[in-house]
Write a protein that binds this ligand. Structure first.
Ligand code: GLY
Length: 348
């Protein structure tokens, strides 16, 4: 039987008190040990399985790591079927799609970010344009849209019919006594904080990271999640590695998760050890209303990290997550390490 980290810590606390324990003994080992492969390596949240291959091929051809991973996430941003990113993303409470994204370019130590962007499907490219063409790092809202138009981006209606129908379902179920009639059909209302994060290292050891999202579905208009926060949604230090996250942004922002992961790798931890540390910090910083009686989180949060040497990992709160990888062995989904077993997940 494999022990979860929690099980291990619980049964070994006296031992742990005096010894440095190798986490590789305790943690559920996904095939993250496969991350010993030499760079180039591209990793992403599981929805980036098509994108990691596109990015990897570009990197092998000698293209810049940030250009390559942005091309990778553009696939999801432009896919109307992906309801967590860009075109087709689930809207806010007013039925408006508001997008967040950020990126970092390791070799030049630059960053760009955009939040609450409307009508433009590729916020990752807008974040990069802010990085490339301004002295600033972050633009938001209608002025970010104005900037993007000036840079030549085209507007379009991002609310697909499918996402509009989901929004109507959510709205109709909000309050039995309001002026909206129930929209009774068997289709489940989606609640999502889906996002795509992608990180890459090339053969020269140069790194980049990008995260893009439509944020939490039905959010309060103007809400900004972790994705555009440099150091939370993604972070990259060309001397160490890159990291990013998907899932409940509010939980991540409070621990600056991507920055914390890179700093843990700086201290010598493997990507998996670093990310497990981050998830433990997330839980420690979570308010009671978002924890079960047993202290288990009522939300999902996933982290991804790649080190300069090509070692990589994905870590989730709960067993069952996967992440996407592409290296010389080709694109594949890899099982993430986790803090808690699936059976410990509270039902709400
Ligand atoms: N992680 C995406 C969000 O919370 O907006």
């Amino acid at each position: 039987m494999t022990l979860s980290r929690r099980d291990f810590v619980a049964t070994s606390s006296s031992l742990a008190a005096g010894l440095a324990i190798s986490p590789s003994v305790a943690f559920p080992r996904a095939s993250t040990t496969g991350g010993a492969a030499a760079p180039p390596v591209v990793i992403a949240s599981a929805n980036g399985i098509r994108g990691v291959k596109v990015a990897y091929d570009q990197i092998v051809r000698g293209e810049d790591t940030l250009d390559a991973i942005i091309a990778g996430v553009n696939i999801q941003e432009l896919d109307p079927e992906d309801q967590s990113v860009g075109l087709g993303g689930l809207p806010n409470a007013d039925g408006v799609v508001q997008l967040d994204a950020s990126c970092m370019h390791g070799p030049t130590r630059r960053a760009g970010s955009v939040a609450c962007l409307e009508d433009i499907a590729t916020p990752s490219l807008v974040a990069k344009a802010i990085m490339d063409y301004t002295d600033h790092i972050m633009l938001v809202g209608s002025d970010a849209r104005k900037f993007a138009l000036a840079m030549g981006f085209k507007t379009q209606n991002l609310l697909t019919e499918k996402s509009r129908q989901d929004w109507l379902r959510w709205k109709s179920k909000l309050n039995a006594n309001d002026a909206w009639l129930d929209h009774d059909d068997p289709v489940r209302i989606k609640f999502t904080t889906g996002t795509i994060n992608m990180n890459a290292v090339n053969a020269a050891g140069d790194l980049s990271s990008v995260t893009t999202t439509s944020g939490m579905s039905w959010k309060v208009p103007g809400r900004v999640g972790d994705s555009p926060i440099i150091g939370a949604g993604q972070y990259c230090d060309n001397t160490i590695g890159a990291a990013g996250s998907t899932g409940r942004g509010e939980a991540n922002i409070k621990v600056c998760g991507a920055f914390l992961a890179v700093e843990q790798m700086r201290l010598g931890k493997t990507p998996e050890q670093a990310l497990l540390h981050v998830v433990e910090r997330v839980i420690a910083m979570t308010e009671k209303r978002l924890l079960s009686d047993r202290g288990r989180p009522l939300f999902d949060l996933d982290f991804y990290a790649v080190r300069k040497d090509g070692t990589f990992a994905g870590v989730s709160c709960y067993e069952g997550s996967q992440f996407a990888v592409c290296d010389a062995a080709g694109p594949r989904l890899v099982t993430s390490a986790y803090l808690y077993r699936r059976s410990e997940r509270p039902t709400r």
